[in-house]
Design a protein around this ligand. Structure first.
Ligand code: NZQ
Ligand code: ZN
Length: 381
């Protein structure tokens, strides 16, 4: 085990914490306040931010869409360059925060910002970012990742850089009160799959990572099982679980998979499926396809997370339990809304995977195009 780890993001957790950004952003910095499509105007977060920024010079940039597009974000980049912005404040879910990361990096790059997503430019500097989280799911508020879509070509690509990790993340569970139930279910599923991507590989004897992964999965399972009893503690637990699921720590020194995400991103790009839901459609099929290499960890998860007893079909039963969990949250485990022609849908997804070089996925690089096709034959209804 060899790793280097730093998590610089200061977490401001709890009710009323939005006000603290007043002290966290230096008062001489010009701020760009980036948000989505108005949910923050309905739940009071917008007013809280405006009040907290009363001593700051700031500009607003609204309209970052779910699954943010480079077409929209490049307008923010142009404004940052024109108006001498020093600090990016993202107020929203993963899409707004990911979008802010792109803006922070692309604003200090002279070329076409899309180069960053295509790895033609490796980020070496970015503007400082602060995040006010309104939807717990992605962990983007305290990690290095960003996922951006090019609408023109239906490409959804990711980049990661320590330079875009937020300086601070405000996490007030009260902001979740206006979230549609669908988005709360998405949050549970996305965080769950984030843990799985870093845990369901092969045994590495990493006692801390395994134990923490199981604690997070059990916490998420409890939250899902009590979905209809949401109170302050429920919201706080979901916000914290989703953050911890992808803040860089679980994956230290262990193999990571991420194939479910890579294939899922294509479903979102082509069919507009919510990110979390795309994962639920792919994961079960992928785990079955990779059973030979994942059996030991699936058995461990079955025992330690679902409380199953040992028997020869324990790994298979664990996958059934995972899918039953998603279904209990009204999250589908197959892609059915694709226009009615299964083979055509599979061909379209395969073409995207190939075009994006997703030809050796997973912790063993064993998911080649042939395996992806086999996975999709079960994942697409
Ligand atoms: O635009 P507004 O009006 O704000 O509405 C949003 C949006 O329509 C709404 N919403 C957010 N907070 C709300 C609220 N509605 C009511 N009350 C609130 N408090 O929710 C909708 C979805 O928001 P979005 O930000 O898209 O959701 P999520 O947080 O699930 O982010 C998904 C994006 O993150 C990427 C995904 O690919 C996708 O693009 N991911 C980012 C990761 C990362 N940075 O580490 C990892 C993930 O695996 C994921 O790929
Ligand atoms: Zn995810």
């Amino acid at each position: 085990m060899k790793f280097s780890y730093q998590n610089k993001t200061r977490i401001q957790f709890g009710q009323g914490q939005v006000a603290s950004i007043k002290e966290l952003i230096p008062s001489d910095q010009k701020v760009m306040f980036i948000y989505g499509f108005g949910s923050i105007k309905k739940n009071g977060v917008f007013d809280q931010v405006v009040a907290a920024l009363s001593d700051h010079d700031y500009v607003e940039f609204a309209g970052v869409e779910a699954n943010p597009t480079v077409e929209t974000l490049d307008k923010a980049v142009a404004q940052v360059k024109e108006q001498g912005v020093d600090f990016i404040l993202a107020v929203g879910g993963g899409s707004v925060i990911d979008g802010a990361k792109y803006v922070a990096a692309a604003s200090l790059y002279e070329g076409d910002g899309w180069d960053i997503l295509e790895a033609k430019h490796i980020v070496s500097q970015a503007m400082p970012i602060g995040a006010i989280l309104t939807l717990p799911a992605t962990g983007s508020e305290s990690n290095v990742n960003s996922v951006v879509t090019k609408a023109a070509t239906q490409q959804k690509l990711a980049f990661g850089s320590p330079f875009v990790q937020p300086e601070f993340a405000v996490m007030d569970p009260d902001v979740m009160k206006t979230l549609p139930q669908r988005q709360l279910a998405n949050g549970i599923v996305d965080a769950w799959v984030h843990v799985c991507e870093q845990y369901l590989t092969y045994p590495a004897g990493a006692l801390v990572q395994d134990g923490y992964a199981e604690a997070l999965l059990k916490s998420l399972k409890t939250l899902g099982d009590n979905f209809s009893d949401q109170d302050d503690a429920w919201r706080a637990n979901l916000m914290w679980s989703a953050n911890q699921a992808l803040n860089g720590q679980l994956g230290l020194g262990v193999a990571q998979d991420w194939a479910t995400h890579m294939i899922g991103h294509e479903l979102t790009a082509l069919y507009g499926v919510d990110h979390a839901r795309s994962l639920a459609m792919v994961q079960g099929s992928l785990l079955r396809n990779q059973m030979d290499v994942k059996r030991a960890k699936l058995e461990q998860m079955g025992r330690n997370v679902f409380g199953l007893s040992d028997h020869s079909e324990l790994a298979e039963q664990t996958i059934e339990q995972i899918e039953a969990f998603y279904q209990s949250l009204d999250v589908e485990t197959q892609l059915s809304d694709h226009g009615g022609d299964k083979s055509l849908a599979i061909e379209k997804i395969m073409t995207q995977l190939e075009n994006h070089g997703r030809i050796s996925l997973g912790e063993n690089n064993a998911i080649d195009l042939e395996q992806s096709r086999a996975i999709l034959s079960q994942a697409v209804a």
